[in-house]
Structures are given as C-alpha cells and as structure tokens.
Design a protein around this ligand. Structure first.
Ligand code: PLP
Length: 468
C-alpha cells in the first residue's frame, strides 16, 4: 500500500527489508482468502504481527484498534495470558489425541461438560471450524431422521443471503449468490426462505403491517416441499454477512419458526458461530429469541481464536438416538487438546468477567454514536445489537439504490480506516461490519467513530466525483 511505503520511510532498514520480503512472498507464494490477489501484489500485504487487548500492530509497527475482533472472533481481546498458559499446560501434558474409535482426552470431556451445562443441552461433537461444525449439524440432522425411520427427511432449509461457511454443505446451505456461482452444482436438497431484512424487505412491505410475513415464508416453503422431506432448518439468530439483520419482533419471529418446525418434526438449528459467547450482548444469541433450538453450532468466539475449534451441541432427544448407532463422521483434529484447553479458559473469562454485559452496555453507546453516521449521504442504514453492528452504504438515500460494486465502497473505507488507525476488515461490497472485542470501552469506541467519520467523508467525496 502506498501509505505503508510512506510509513516505511520512517522505519529502520531491517523493518523495510522485512516488509519487502513478506511482500515478495505474498506476491507469488500464497493464495489469499476472499481477496483479490492482484491488489495485494500491487499494493502490498497487510501483515499483522502483534496484538494486545483491543490493539493490533503490523510489521511496520503501525498500531490499530481492532474494531472487528479480527473476524468476529477475538471476543476476549488479544494476548490473554490465561488462555495461552492453559494451552501451554495442556501441550506439555499431551499435544494430540484423536477422538476416533472411543478415545478421549481430559479437556474435550471437560469442555463438553461446561458447554452442555451453560446451554442446558445434552452432548457435544467437536470439529475445527464453523464450516465443519455446520457440516456436522447437517449430517447429525439427516442421520437422526434416518435412524428414527424417516430416511426421506433429508432436505435442509436455510435463508437467502445467509453465510454459514465454505465447505460444500455449508455453502449449499448459505444463500449468497456470489459465493456459489463458481462451485455449482451444489449439494442437492438445500432450500431457502426469505430474510427478515426490514431495510430492504423482500416483500416490499413494512413492519408491523407486514405481520412478519418473512417468518411465515418458512411455512409456505415447508408446505410446498412437503414436511415429510425436511430434516432441519438452520438459521443465524442475528444474521452477520447480510449486516446484523434480525426481525423487528425477534421473539414473535422465532416463536413462529419454532412452532412450524415442532409441528412438522423438523429440527431447528441455530448457527451461533458469530453470535455466540457474548457477541450480541447475551452469552448466547438464542436468549434474545425466547426459544431454544434442537442444536447449536459454534466456532470463532468459542476460543476467541487462540486455537481453531468448532462445536455442535445437541438436545437430549438427538443425543439419545445416537447412543445405539455410530455417527458416521469425525475429524482428525476435531476437539484438539490445545483448542479445548483454550476454549475452557476463554469461556471462563467471558463468564467470570461478564463480558456479555459489557457488550450489551458498550453496544448501547456504539449504537448511539453510529446513528450520527446517518448524516452522510452514502450511509443508508446502521443496525445491530450488542457488539454486532453494521453500516450499509447506498448511492441514493431516498431510493436506497445500492452502490455499484464497481466502486467497491466498503473496501475503500476499510483502507482509509487503516490509515486512521482502525482495523475494520471483512468489508463486503457495500457494508462495514463493526464487532470489537467485548472488552472495549467508550474512549476506544470514540476513536473508532472518529476514524469512521473521517474515512466515510473522504470516500463519499470520491464517490460523488466518480458518479459525475
Ligand atoms: N457460520 C457463520 C454465521 C459464519 O459467520 C461463519 C464464518 O464467518 C461460518 C459459519 C463458518 O466458519 P469458518 O469460517 O470458521 O468455517
């Protein structure tokens, strides 16, 4: 990046060389995740080297506030010694045990007990990521119905515009067109219903006159497809990729979803990969919904990213069915000892420090401050809950006309934010996500807000000259 080159002028020669060496490697040797390689080749990689609390440093020693917990992940903040020590202690005892074939290790068992206790659920299956935990949920749902004598109950329902991961099952469940096109045909038997996206209502209606038609859309789909063919409905209580979207009456919405699932022997599964572990201002997002699903899916914040881990947590009814039959599924590294140790230490921090309460309180302040952004012509909407917020940009506020993807507004703002000392990565085409570590305070939110205002202002100017 040009600004990185500028910064480098002030650095010692070693740093210069170090950065240039990494740039060379990034140019040729590593395929980036969800990024345009050519841009990195031309502008240089952003190499993050250090973290502490809510702060990050890059290889050129630039300091940033981490406004995204990197990727909705680092809920407790960076460099928490309790977690690092718990992992170290475990690795010193035994670094790896496979959970295949009836073998266990202490930390996987202790974590299962902890998770089932705090959720009031029955049993846990471990994996390595959110995508894998979603795959597990899909397979558990299908095998559950098969074992109960309903092999025709195999279809899985998700929502349009949802993101549940990138492996084939998770991708087929997801409803983001751009993510799917290169990989079609996807897995058969995945269906989608409409989203509770009031800013752009799929039914062109308004709450409360709409009477939550988006919830009833599930019933319509089930009737059309035949309830006898459907295994499960998988939804994220607060939708992340679409930009912190949830129904205006979240309890009534989920009450209807729950009811239609129960009446039709369909499992309801909550994807809390992003939502879980304090992010939305409660320990778990299901607490906002007034209902409890049959299965939970976790990743990301379960370890705050200190090690990879996914977990799928099931109800007693599901667990009972699997006592007589082998679940035909497993991952070599699922529930790795270091990851399980990290998760236990991480969850204890979140509970003991009541970080979900700080997320709730700071979320109220963040919302108040984010509302100020509505003064900008390109800011169409700001919405969210807890420390899970999003800004949606538009080219025309009155008509809500989306900004052309050619302008790539959010990525431009992301780059400006870096110059202003804020890391808010994972920009979509027209959305900025804000999800700082749950330990954030008001001064740090103010810092993010100042940077946001400066950055949006600059890019807005560019946008209007681009439009001309
Ligand atoms: N589910 C949700 C809601 C997510 O946001 C993500 C990742 O962003 C996933 C699942 C997939 O998780 P992973 O990237 O760890 O595979």
């Amino acid at each position: 990046m040009a600004e990185n080159l500028d910064n480098m002028k002030n650095m010692d020669d070693n740093k210069n060389n170090e950065y240039l060496r990494y740039w060379e490697i990034a140019k040729y040797k590593m395929i980036p995740h969800f990024a345009i390689w050519k841009e990195i080749i031309n502008e240089g990689p952003r190499v993050i080297t250090k973290g502490d609390g809510v702060y990050l440093w890059d290889v050129n020693n630039n300091k940033y506030i981490d406004g995204m917990s990197i990727l909705w992940v680092v809920n407790v903040g960076h460099n928490r010694k309790e977690i690092i020590e718990a992992m170290y202690e475990q690795l010193n005892k035994i670094s790896y045990v496979s959970l295949f074939g009836g073998y266990y290790h202490e930390k996987a068992l202790e974590l299962s007990e902890l998770l089932t206790n705090i959720l009031g659920m029955e049993a846990v299956f471990f994996s390595n990521s959110g995508s894998e935990a979603i795959e597990t949920a899909i397979k558990l749902a299908k095998q559950y119905h098969y074992l109960k004598g309903n092999p025709n109950k195999y279809k899985i329902i998700g929502r349009w515009h949802s993101y549940h991961g990138v492996t084939y099952g998770a991708l087929s469940l997801s409803g983001i067109r751009q993510n799917r096109i290169f990989f079609e045909p996807l897995v058969p038997g995945f269906l989608h219903f409409e989203v509770p996206y009031c800013y752009r209502c799929p039914f062109n209606s308004r709450y409360p006159e709409c009477n939550l038609r988006c919830a009833d859309d599930l019933e319509r789909l089930i009737e059309y497809e035949g309830a006898k063919t459907i295994a499960a409905v998988i939804v994220e209580p607060i939708m992340s990729a679409l930009g912190s979207v949830y129904a205006p009456d979240i309890k009534e919405y989920y009450n209807r979803i729950y009811k239609v699932c129960k009446e039709n022997d369909i499992l309801l599964i909550f994807d809390e990969v992003n939502n879980g572990f304090g992010r939305t201002g409660k320990l778990f997002a299901y607490e906002h919904t007034g209902i409890k699903p049959d299965m939970f899916v976790f990743g990301k914040g379960i370890t705050s990213g200190y090690a990879p881990l996914g977990a799928t947590v099931v109800s007693k009814e599901i667990a009972e069915v699997f006592k007589d039959w082998m679940f035909m599924h497993g991952y070599t590294f699922g529930g790795h000892p270091a990851s399980a140790a990290a998760a236990i230490a991480n969850i204890n921090i979140i509970i003991n420090e009541k970080l979900y309460e700080n997320a709730h309180n700071m979320g109220i302040y963040l919302k108040e401050r984010l509302e100020e952004l509505k003064e900008f012509d390109i800011v169409g909407d700001v919405r969210g809950i807890g420390l899970h917020y999003s800004i949606e940009y538009v080219s025309d506020k009155k008509t809500k006309k989306p900004i052309s993807s050619k302008f790539w507004v959010a990525a431009k703002i992301e780059k400006e934010l870096l110059k202003n000392g804020v890391y808010l990565a994972r920009a979509s085409v027209d959305r900025t996500y804000i999800a700082p570590p749950l330990i954030i305070n008001k001064d740090q939110i103010d810092f993010i807000m100042n940077a946001l205002k400066k950055s949006i202002y600059k890019v807005q100017q560019e946008f209007f000259s681009f439009k001309k």
